[in-house]
Structures are given as structure tokens and as C-alpha cells.
Design a protein around this ligand. Structure first.
Ligand SMILES: Nc1ncnc2c1ncn2[C@@H]1O[C@H](COP(=O)(O)OP(=O)(O)O)[C@@H](O)[C@H]1O
Ligand SMILES: O=C(O)C1=C[C@@H](OP(=O)(O)O)[C@@H](O)[C@H](O)C1
Ligand SMILES: [Mg+2]
Length: 196
């Protein structure tokens, strides 16, 4: 065992990593919640590797997410997403940011629940809409009324995201602040688990 560097302060990130007890942390939630952006920040703060499942899917398929949807359809995309997530969660510990539909798929959800601690980044419609409307990379929002589509997805999916181990509100504040909220929530959940 190495001698701890006593001159180095123990950060919130270090404490959150310890609270995970070597398990993966998997971020779930709707498009625009900030899973990809916040996942990258907290992984760095916890000194853990980071992986975004959409980026991994794009790497293995050598296609973009819109190309995959257009060429093979959503069902094939979900099958690939399940395989990629099952494989990623066999390793670790890491921070894994999923695409918004991953936790909704029963088989993928079972893999996530077995493969680590799940954390729902929850956000209001206006916050989500403000973020997703800036980019054109989400095939499910290519509809006549994408804001209404997002609202419909909220109604359908929020009862399922609720099954995640931890929930954190992704507010309209700086990303670093949301990242801090996530780390604090991991610590609180571990303390609650220890006392119950
Ligand atoms: N707390 C935040 N404050 C401001 N912008 C954010 C915040 N979280 C995410 N964003 C921005 O919103 C957009 C969508 O975030 P992203 O991480 O891609 O969401 P998701 O992966 O959940 O769909 C990105 O451009 C990201 O930088
Ligand atoms: O909600 C969904 O079903 C999807 C969310 C996207 O990821 P983000 O949630 O990271 O935008 C991406 O996986 C794909 O467009 C489908
Ligand atoms: Mg993402």
C-alpha cells in the first residue's frame, strides 16, 4: 500500500469516489439534462475514467447517432446500446454517461442497476429545451413540434428515471455547481445507506 500524501487536501471528489466503493457511477436522464457534460467534469474530480455511451456507440459503429437512426432505426440502435452498456459495465470503476433512452429499455436498465450506482440528472422542460434547441443532433426531436415531443418524453420517462438510486436536479446554473451537487448527493446517499 502506498503512503498517503498528507500534504494533499482530501477533495469532495476523493470523498465521493470513496463513497462509491469501487462501483461504477452511471448517469441517466432526458436529453439536455447534462449527462455528457457533467459526467466528464465529475469523472475528472473523482479521478475516474469517463465514458459516454453515445460516443462509444459512434466509435464502434463508425457512424454518428443520427446516421445510425436513419440507416437502421431506433430498435437496432437500442440493441447496440444495450450491448455497449453491458460490456462497459463489466469493467470499471468508471463514470458512464448514457443516452436518454438507455435506462428506459428494460434490459439496459437491468444492466445499469446491476452494474453500479445509477444517478438521475433531472431537469425542468424549459432548462432541457433551452439546451437541446441549440443543437441539431438528436433524431428523436426531428418532429413538427420538438418541444412538445420533449414534454411527451418527460411524461413517459420520468416515472422510470425515478427508479435510479440517486436523483439530482440539474439547474440553470454553472456546470461546476451542478457537478458539486452530484458529488454531494453521492456522499449523502452513502451516509444514508450506512445509517439505515
Ligand atoms: N449546468 C449547465 N449549465 C449550462 N449548460 C449546461 C449545463 N449542463 C449542460 N449544459 C450544456 O447543455 C448542453 C446539453 O448537455 P449534454 O451534456 O449534452 O446533455 P445530455 O448528455 O444529458 O443530453 C451542452 O451544450 C452542455 O454544455
Ligand atoms: O433520449 C434518447 O432516446 C436519446 C438520447 C441521446 O443522448 P443524450 O440524452 O445524451 O442527448 C441519444 O442517445 C439518442 O439521440 C437517443
Ligand atoms: Mg449525452
Amino acid at each position: 500500500m502506498s503512503i498517503p500524501d498528507l500534504a494533499k487536501p482530501v477533495t469532495l471528489g476523493d470523498r465521493a469516489r470513496a463513497a462509491l466503493h469501487g462501483r461504477n457511477l452511471i448517469l441517466v436522464g432526458l436529453m439536455g439534462a447534462g449527462k455528457s457534460a457533467i459526467g466528464r467534469i465529475i469523472a475528472q474530480q473523482m479521478s475516474l475514467p469517463f465514458i459516454d455511451t453515445d460516443a462509444e456507440i459512434e466509435r464502434v459503429s463508425r457512424m454518428t447517432i443520427p446516421e445510425l437512426f436513419a440507416t437502421y432505426g431506433e430498435e437496432e440502435f437500442r440493441a447496440l446500446e444495450t450491448r455497449v452498456i453491458e460490456r462497459l459495465l463489466r469493467g470499471g470503476p468508471r463514470v458512464v454517461s448514457t443516452g436518454g433512452g438507455a435506462f428506459i429499455n428494460e434490459r439496459t436498465r437491468a444492466a445499469i442497476q446491476a452494474g453500479g450506482t445509477s444517478l438521475w440528472l433531472k431537469a425542468d422542460l424549459e432548462v432541457l429545451w433551452e439546451r437541446v434547441s441549440k443543437r441539431d443532433n438528436r433524431p428523436l426531436l426531428k418532429t413538427e413540434n420538438p418541444k412538445q415531443t420533449l414534454k411527451n418524453l418527460m411524461d413517459l420517462r420520468y416515472p422510470i428515471y425515478e427508479k435510479a438510486d440517486i436523483t439530482v436536479q440539474s439547474r440553470d446554473v454553472r456546470k461546476e455547481q451542478v457537478a458539486g451537487d452530484v458529488l454531494s448527493a453521492i456522499l449523502s446517499a452513502a451516509k444514508e445507506g450506512a445509517s439505515s
